[in-house]
Design a protein around this ligand. Structure first.
Ligand code: XMP
Length: 520
């Protein structure tokens, strides 16, 4: 029996909201096991798992008056367990229980103020002086209260913003308690889980570790799995997780593109091959990558060449391993969100991201993506739980195309050598000054411009080194980090005094947008 089959849990019914995973994440953060299921897969269900102690109905892009599109399973409201409907979930509860929902004259998107009308277990400690700021995203609203329901709170454009049927323990909220823009939103989820569903804490990162290991084992069986190990946080956690789950049936391939940070290849081999005894094939493809990138200055061309070459090299070595059925990837939940939009529209392409996405089809491999429902901070916790060091776990993100996109214009062995050194001085200084963990990502880049300098009474004519350090939540937006003068001066001196080839250091003070984090 699976561990999670023994636990009291919250069932989250997904109606296609972009925030469904956030609900799950918040519930897990509160230490309670939950599962997400698509509303379609339980359309006709009658018998539900006895361990379900509460249900959350998510938001979604549909509307409740188009019956054909939503076949809501009314049984969900008859199980005599608490149900919390959020946004669309609120509207569907209202409709099924006899209320009315209409397209609203005024749409509410973004911040809104809600006012408490009646006390409820759900909103205990949520309001201050009967008010709170919440985040709304809706075009429809409940216009007639279902029978036996009370209004708990209202907003300017939503008179029935929070409603409850106390006896049946049915609750509806028009706003989104799961997003960080809703002040104290987590309190609502906490009240629902602990005071209304009467669940106890039953979930932690060590439980998650066991769950994922069991899942990998049951999916993979006796087959072999290959994994492209880059040394970054995500692929490192995937490799360690799989190694714990299936041991020597995991074979990692690490391709040294020659575009890695200083000492990275040694560190990866030492950690994974020597320390963790993981099957690791080390491929030194430095010359191959550099020769293919010769005289290439266009950023997109560089990215394509590196991406394609990586797949070619990986494939060559992977094909030598017999009986491989699976490819493990460190896909995270944000990767899924970014690639999928609720409206189905394509976001415009800024950069061709480097991944091994083309491989599974080409090689007839199935994908194993054990982290695909996790957020970065959860992956980090899991990594620590698996025994990876804090140094690996707290590493700044590093792009697939590596240093190539930190050297605008043509790339050469000499430029890479110079850049590796500069980057190393910068990162080491950040660590020595306890700044590394305060920064989301930092790196040095080598600009393809030479300028004149003077050192020891002599003229120099050398490259410019650009330093970039940003704070961010998820890499989608970013702000530059404010260093003090002493720190900047010290880094600049170290770089210029120790590295031949750089005579000027500049700091990038743009945020994202309008710039991107990487230079190319
Ligand atoms: P940008 O430059 O798009 O970067 O603002 C956002 C984040 O993505 C990283 N990045 C990549 N990561 N493959 C990756 O795995 C890539 O091709 C790639 N390009 C950019 C970048 O370092 C930053 O963290």
């Amino acid at each position: 029996m699976r561990l999670e089959d023994t636990l009291g849990k919250i069932l989250i019914v997904d109606f296609g909201s972009q925030f469904t995973q956030l609900i799950a994440r918040k519930i897990r953060e509160l230490g309670v096991y939950c599962e997400i299921t698509s509303h379609k897969s339980i359309e006709k269900h009658k018998n539900f798992d006895k361990n379900i102690k509460g249900i959350v109905l998510s938001g979604g892009p549909l509307n409740v008056y188009e019956n054909k599109k939503v076949k809501f399973n009314n049984n969900l409201l008859k199980l005599e367990i608490p149900v919390l409907g959020i946004c669309f979930g609120h509207q569907i509860i209202s409709k099924v229980m006899g209320g009315k929902v209409k397209s609203s004259k005024f749409r509410e998107f973004g911040q809104a103020e809600v006012t408490e009308i009646k006390k409820s277990k759900l909103t205990k400690n949520f309001f201050s002086n009967k008010k709170n700021n919440v985040w709304m995203s809706h075009a429809d609203q409940v216009t007639k209260l279902p029978k036996n329901f009370n209004i708990i709170a209202k907003s300017e454009n939503s008179k029935m913003c929070i409603i409850e049927n106390k006896r049946k323990k049915l609750f509806g909220i028009q706003f989104h308690p799961e997003v960080s823009h809703t002040n104290k939103g987590k309190i609502i989820l906490r009240n629902f889980i602990f005071s209304i569903c009467n669940l106890n804490r039953n979930w932690s990162s060590s439980d998650q570790k066991k769950k994922l290991i069991n899942e990998v084992r049951s999916v993979v069986g006796n087959s072999k799995v290959i994994c492209a190990l880059s040394g970054g946080v995500d692929s490192s956690v995937v490799a360690k997780l799989l190694s714990n789950a299936i041991g020597k049936k995991l074979i990692c391939i690490f391709v040294n593109t020659g575009l890695l940070r200083k000492g990275e290849e040694k560190q990866v081999v030492n950690t994974f091959k020597k320390r963790f005894k993981i099957n690791l094939i080390y491929v030194n493809a430095e010359n191959l990558f550099l020769s293919n990138l010769k005289n290439i200055s266009d950023p997109e061309k560089k990215r394509k060449i590196i991406g394609n070459l990586f797949i070619k090299v990986f494939e060559k070595y992977a094909k030598k391993i017999k009986k491989v059925k699976f490819l493990a990837q460190g896909t995270l939940y944000p990767d899924l969100i970014e690639s999928k939009s609720v409206t189905g529209s394509q976001t415009s392409k800024i950069k061709s991201h480097h991944n091994v996405g083309g491989l599974p089809k080409k090689m007839n491999l199935k994908l194993v993506e054990p982290l695909k429902y996790l957020f970065k901070d959860e992956v980090r916790k899991l990594g620590l739980e698996l025994g990876l060091t804090k140094e690996i776990i707290s590493r700044h993100p590093f792009p697939g195309p590596g240093l190539a996109i930190r050297i605008p214009g043509n790339i050469s062995k000499q430029k890479i050598k110079i850049l590796k050194e500069a980057d190393n001085y910068f990162i080491k200084s950040l660590k020595d000054n306890n700044l590394y963990d305060k920064i989301w990502q930092a790196y040095a880049a080598l600009l393809p411009v030479k300028t004149v300098g003077v050192m020891g009474d002599n003229r120099t004519y050398e490259y410019i080194c650009l330093l970039r350090a940003i704070t961010s939540e998820d890499g989608m937006t970013a702000d530059f980090f404010q260093f003090n003068k002493t720190f900047m001066q010290s880094v600049s001196n170290q770089i210029i005094n120790n590295i031949r080839g750089i005579n000027r250091v500049v700091y990038d003070i743009t945020s994202k947008p309008p710039s991107t984090i990487e230079l190319e």
